[in-house]
Structures are given as C-alpha cells and as structure tokens.
Design a protein around this ligand. Structure first.
Ligand SMILES: [Zn+2]
Ligand SMILES: [Zn+2]
Length: 327
C-alpha cells in the first residue's frame, strides 16, 4: 500500500508497505482523508526521536474489518492514544496519559497510508450527513473542547485566545459556543479577519509585555477591565505565555494549549501573588466535537487536498489545513 513513512530521520513516500494486520482488539480502517497537523511537521524536525513508522493522526476512514461487526462499513474517526488498559491511568479515564500508551503517527503506525489499524474502542462513528471533509476536523476540535471540559467558563465573564493560527481558531470556536465575551489576539491582521464573525480581535503589538514582569520597556500594568478572566495560550510561541501573564486578571485562569517544546524563564511569584490558575490542556472529547460539526455549529475553511506522493507540498502548504485524499 501507499504510505508516508518516517525512517527516524526523514519522511519517505513508499508504495511497498504491506496492508497492516489487525489484532483482535483492533479494527482495520481504509483511510479516506487525512490532515497534516503541526505535530507532523514537528516530527520531521526531530520531535519524536526513535519513532519509525507511518506518520499522521488526523483521519476519517471506513471500517473494513473489526471485532465489532456493527462497525464494518461505517465511517469513523479515531482517538490517538492507545493505553495498556490495565494501569491506574487507564482505569481512571486517563488513557491518554498511560505510560505505555501507543500514539498513532508518533509511536505506532498512523494514518498517512491507505490502511491503518486502531483499537476499536478509540473509534467514533461519524454521524449521518456529516461529510468526511468536515468529520476530519473532529480530532483538533475535540482538543479545543477539552478547555470547556477542564475549566468551567462563566459566560458572563470575558476570555482571550492568544494565537491567530489553526489552534487558535479551534479554541476560539470552542469558547465562542459558551457565550463568553471573546477576544482573539494575534500578530497577523489578515489572519485575524477569519475570527471577526464571532470574536473581537486585537493585534498582539497593542500589548506591551514586561520582561522581567513589571519592568519591561514601555510596560504598563493593565487595569482589570482591560484584562481577561480566562486566557487561552494557543500561539505556539514561548512569548505567548508572557502575554498571557500580562493580560490575565488576578485570580484568573490561563489555559495552555500550545505544545512547543522548550524551557522559559518565568517569575514564579506572580502565580501565587496574583492567585493565577494555570491549566495544561491536550486531547479532548470526540463525541461533542462530532455533534457540533454535524449540527453545523462550528465551521472551518476547506482543506487543501493533495495526493500522498506530493506530501512535500502538503507539508509546506500555507493553507488553513492541508491533507491527503485517498479516495
Ligand atoms: Zn493534530
Ligand atoms: Zn495504561
């Protein structure tokens, strides 16, 4: 079969990989569409040393074989993290944190291939009427919905999303549904336009960031009215956290969605002194994501689709989302 294979150093397009054989607890899936995520680009830069296998984790496909006969022929999307099923994390609803988990496209063969296998309990049936083109957004939207799963958003308060890219867009859609007074802060006036139907927008440059906190050039401590009860950091850049610390209200909450790998200097005293809650947030619930997509309550720009052999173009695409069409 055709697949995009990561050999530990680089990606290569291959046509000689065998169709995977499912284990009893898994289903065999024919991939229809698969989207490129920034995590896939990070893998090419060395984010997952030691991984060798098929890349990709955002997909929609058709179940070909499964221990659950009711799934055969159904359109599905799937979660990334397959735990051991036995440890405390797996037994207490934290499978994505299992120490022995296998993650598709990161430590186990993923979805940039004509066929893939995945544990059957991680599959979610795509509701009738939801097209593959839309269903493929279930995984990143679910990750954004994790915010409202973790933090009780008071809709009478205000919230800011830092970041005007794909992650910011997903997070802003999830927050807009709560009715909260929403502002999106980004560096690009052109990208911010996309948010205007449901959020106020501000340029990041309008804010000064203290470094170290409270003493930066031109820095001014913002008033309570200028600050936000909830700040979602989705910029993918280390500076996003500094800005978040600057614009969050006393006793407010910062939700970290960016997963940039790196260390940063931080005045830790500000968190206890200002009683800031910092919440780390990763993968989220698929069922509400599929429901929102099916009901048209969230929408995304069309995916720019490529043939798998043109993977370099897809990875280099500046489109909102690029992906592969296997149909
Ligand atoms: Zn992703
Ligand atoms: Zn486990």
């Amino acid at each position: 079969m055709k697949a995009l294979f990561f050999d530990g150093n680089k990606a290569e397009y291959r046509e000689d990989l065998p169709v995977p054989v499912r284990e009893p607890h898994q289903s065999l899936i024919r991939v229809l569409l698969a989207n490129v995520c920034s995590t896939d680009r990070e893998i090419l830069k060395g984010y997952r040393p030691g991984f060798k296998g098929v890349m990709g984790h955002e997909f929609v496909g058709e179940v070909i074989e499964s221990g659950d006969a009711s799934l055969v022929g159904r359109l599905v999307v799937g979660e990334l993290n397959e735990g051991c099923g036995a440890c405390l994390y797996c037994r207490t609803g934290r499978e994505k944190h299992c120490l022995d988990r296998k993650v598709i496209g990161m430590s186990k063969d993923g979805c940039f291939a004509e066929y893939m296998t995945l544990a059957t309990h991680l599959l979610h049936v795509v509701p009738d009427g939801l097209t593959p083109e839309k269903a493929v957004f279930a995984e990143p939207l679910a990750a954004a919905l994790e915010i409202t799963e973790q933090v009780k958003i008071d809709p009478s308060a205000n919230a800011a999303v830092i970041g005007d890219g794909r992650l910011g867009f997903m997070c802003a859609q999830a927050l807009a549904l709560t009715g909260v007074d929403l502002t999106v802060i980004g560096h690009h006036a052109d990208k911010l336009k996309m948010f205007e139907p449901y959020a106020k927008t501000r340029l990041a440059g309008e804010y000064t960031v203290a470094s170290p906190y409270g003493e930066g050039r031109g820095y001014r401590e913002l008033t309570a009215d200028e600050c936000f009860e909830y700040v979602v950091e989705a910029s993918g850049a280390p500076g996003g956290f500094d800005l978040a610390m600057n614009i969050v209200r006393k006793m407010g909450t910062i939700i970290l969605k960016s997963t940039y790998a790196g260390k940063k200097e931080l005045d830790m005293s500000l968190i206890p002194v200002n009683e800031i809650t910092v919440v780390g947030s990763r993968c989220g619930p698929f069922e509400p994501a599929l429901r929102l997509l099916a009901e048209g309550k969230v929408s995304f720009p069309d995916v720019e689709l490529y043939d798998l052999k043109d993977w370099r173009k897809a990875f280099g695409s500046k489109a909102f989302k690029a992906g592969f069409d296997f149909r």
